[in-house]
Design a protein around this ligand. Structure first.
Ligand code: GCU
Length: 663
């Protein structure tokens, strides 16, 4: 079968010149070595972009007009940052290092692709986050955990795949500032453990080298019990000297074979994965042991905080899963070594359509922290339903944790601004696969693009990012831009309206996580996540309930604790609320619940109409793919509406005030 893939926002199709041609007739380099792989890739990219978008063959020669790529030590430009300056027909990209240069070049090309003039441009861009990573949950057999865009392009039949697509992928993510990559699933099972053995070293090193050429540090997910699976000691106890010696030798071998390795991502003691708890050790014992061993190689250990007991009995009100991350990690704040980063999911549960921010973010004050979000739409529509996630990510970053006065937002904490850390940043579970269009639904590529742009520049708005993506990937026609913005921007709230509003979450088909199952509960036959009874619904996480609300700094703790001050979009996450409770709108909870589900379906119908207005105005293939997915989204939305409304009608016995039919 012929392997094909699109170039997404790097398609470099012919663009209106906008007077930009003059900058791409020639280029020259000052202070950088053309032989450096990142510099030569940057130059290659300029040539490709200029040829495709402007029909120009770039000459490598100095001139008074053209593109100058210059090394600088100006202190306004930080590591990986860049400046773009245009004067009298000369466009200068200045940077301290090769990565900054590459990002600057991509910025210039982005302007051309967006049909924006570079004339008079004068800007400095420094990345807000030191680490900006994509995490792939790809398995060696080619399947992808929570993948909705085909199979893996990194693995096939237990082999590592290295081809032109690897290069295109690296170009694509580098163009939006990604500088770290994990290619294998956090659940390291079966032969994936062998990725750290000589069976796979050559191929893995090739992938790592390709990424290095685009300024991307390469990471692997690690199996904490690797010693036991690779004929080492029959223990993984982090304090056992035999286990430590095994890891020492192993790491020497691995870093020697894969010089461009940045370190490892570890999921331990979670959902059946091995970890230090098995040996009565702490998470810090486990993370520090590995961190000390990789330190001589400049390696870092990214340790996930998604640690909870998935076999707990949900009927027991005292064991609240939402509490687990904080309870398991807060006591050891300050014990983690400098090259350990704790990677924390944005919410305390699991990537629901709306959750409060994990209280660990900013709760930890002496530990390197990294935020983990999910671009893959596991609980948000499987890339069948449209759900532009950047507004959610913005909310997360803007959240005020109150950990330190004036510097307490999540964006402050993870960027290192609050506590001065250097090992920190943001990671996302990626949503790509080997589908021709990379993301299944073409509109889901806006999330793939958008996360990275936001990670680099957290000040960008969700709208700015969406517009950039539309201009580069779909069209620069204003009517098309406006129509697609009108679909993307409210899509998260629309999804929330017809699924699980007010922070209640879940109600999805267990394990699959697409489609409605109101009582669907993942890990046991007992209990529900929503705790609805005939009088009300929601989980009491106040000081009278599970006490979760007390994990926040003040004034957040008190705000969430009180039903009157708790933001209504999270009311059911924190409180068990009577169906007759009056919301600020004057509506009862149950009426709002019905209305929201009816509204969600109507909004999907509106989105479809808007999309249909684009027929003939955009690429026919993209139009048809998205149109097909909208049919499925509408079907899904109706199912949700009907199942949820009838369930709560039966539970509460309260009819819809508008007398609409509830199935
Ligand atoms: C969720 C998801 C799993 C994943 C896990 C994780 O539980 O459903 O597939 O492995 O998160 O983040 O580790």
């Amino acid at each position: 079968m012929k392997r094909e893939w699109t170039q997404l926002w790097l398609k470099y199709e012919e663009k209106k010149n906008c007077g930009n041609g003059i900058y791409f007739e020639r280029l020259w380099i000052e202070g950088f070595e053309l032989a450096h792989p990142i510099v030569s890739n940057a130059v290659k990219e300029v040539k490709m972009g200029a040829a495709g978008m402007l029909g120009l063959q770039v000459q490598e020669e100095q001139g008074t007009t053209g593109l100058c790529l210059r090394r600088t030590d100006k202190n306004t430009i930080c590591a990986e940052g860049y400046a773009l300056t245009e004067q009298d027909g000369c466009l200068t990209v200045e940077a301290r290092d090769e990565k900054g240069l590459l990002y600057g070049v991509f910025h210039a090309l982005r302007m051309v692709a967006m049909e924006k003039s570079l004339s008079g441009i004068r800007l400095v861009e420094n990345p807000d986050n030191p680490l900006r990573m994509y995490n792939h949950w790809d398995n060696m057999d080619g399947s992808i955990e929570r993948g909705y865009s085909g199979k893996s392009f990194f693995f096939e039949n237990n082999q590592v795949v290295v081809d032109e697509r690897t290069v295109d992928y690296a170009r694509m993510v580098a163009s939006v500032g990604i500088n770290g990559m994990v290619i294998n699933n956090v659940n390291v099972k079966n032969c994936a453990t062998w990725l750290i053995t000589d069976k796979y070293f050559d191929e893995v090193a090739k992938v790592a080298d390709i990424f290095a050429g685009y300024g991307i540090k390469f990471f692997l997910s690690l199996n904490f019990a690797a010693p036991m699976e690779l004929d080492g000691p029959q223990s993984a106890d982090p304090l056992d000297p035999e286990v430590q010696s095994w890891w020492e030798l192993k790491m020497e071998e691995v870093f020697d074979a894969i010089p461009n390795l940045g370190g490892f991502l570890v999921k331990a003691d979670s959902e059946g994965r091995p970890g230090p708890f098995t040996y009565g050790r702490t998470q810090a014992d486990g993370a520090n042991m590995l961190a000390d061993i990789v330190k001589p190689y400049g390696g870092i250990i990214i340790w996930r905080c998604f640690v909870y007991n998935c076999t707990q009995d949900w009927r027991d009100y005292k064991t609240d899963r939402a509490r687990a991350g904080y309870d398991n990690f807060i006591q050891m704040d300050g014990d983690y070594h400098d090259n350990v980063i704790l990677q924390i999911k944005n919410g305390p549960m699991d990537f629901q359509i709306r959750e409060p921010i994990s209280p660990l973010l900013g709760g930890l004050m002496k530990t390197n922290q990294m935020l983990e979000v999910q671009v893959a739409q596991e609980y948000t529509g499987h890339q069948i339903d449209v759900c532009y996630l950047i507004p959610m990510f913005k909310e997360i970053l803007d959240f005020q944790t109150y950990c330190v006065e004036g510097k307490g937002t999540v964006a402050d904490v993870i960027s290192g601004r609050t506590f001065g850390n250097r090992n920190c940043g943001i990671a996302a579970v990626c949503n790509t696969g080997n589908d021709t269009n990379w993301t299944g639904n073409d509109l889901a590529a806006a999330n793939f693009y958008g996360f990275a742009r936001l990670a680099f520049n957290t000040g960008l708005s969700a709208e700015e990012i969406a517009e950039e993506w539309i201009r580069m990937s779909i069209s620069c026609e204003q009517e098309v831009i406006d129509t697609i913005l009108g679909i993307l921007l409210p899509s998260r709230e629309i999804y929330e309206n017809y699924t699980t509003p007010m922070g209640i979450g879940w109600m999805v088909t267990p394990h699959e996580h697409y489609g409605c199952s109101v009582d669907g509960y993942e890990y046991s036959r007992w209990g529900t996540y929503h705790r609805a009874d005939h009088l009300g619904m929601g989980v009491d996480r106040t000081d009278k309930g599970t006490g979760y609300a007390q994990q926040y700094h003040e004034p957040n703790a008190s705000m969430y604790n009180d039903m009157n001050t708790c933001p209504e979009e999270l009311l059911l996450f924190f409180h068990h609320v009577p169906y007759t409770w009056k919301l600020k709108s004057g509506k009862t909870l149950i009426q709002h619940w019905y209305d929201s589900h009816f509204l969600g379906v109507e909004q999907v119908e509106e989105m479809i109409k808007a999309w249909e207005s684009l027929e003939g105005k955009i690429d026919g293939g993209v139009y048809a793919t998205v149109r097909g997915r909208f049919d499925r989204q509408l079907h899904n939305a109706k199912e949700w509406r009907d199942q949820v409304n009838s369930y709560f009608y039966r539970k509460s016995g309260i009819a819809d005030e508008q007398g609409r039919r509830i199935y």
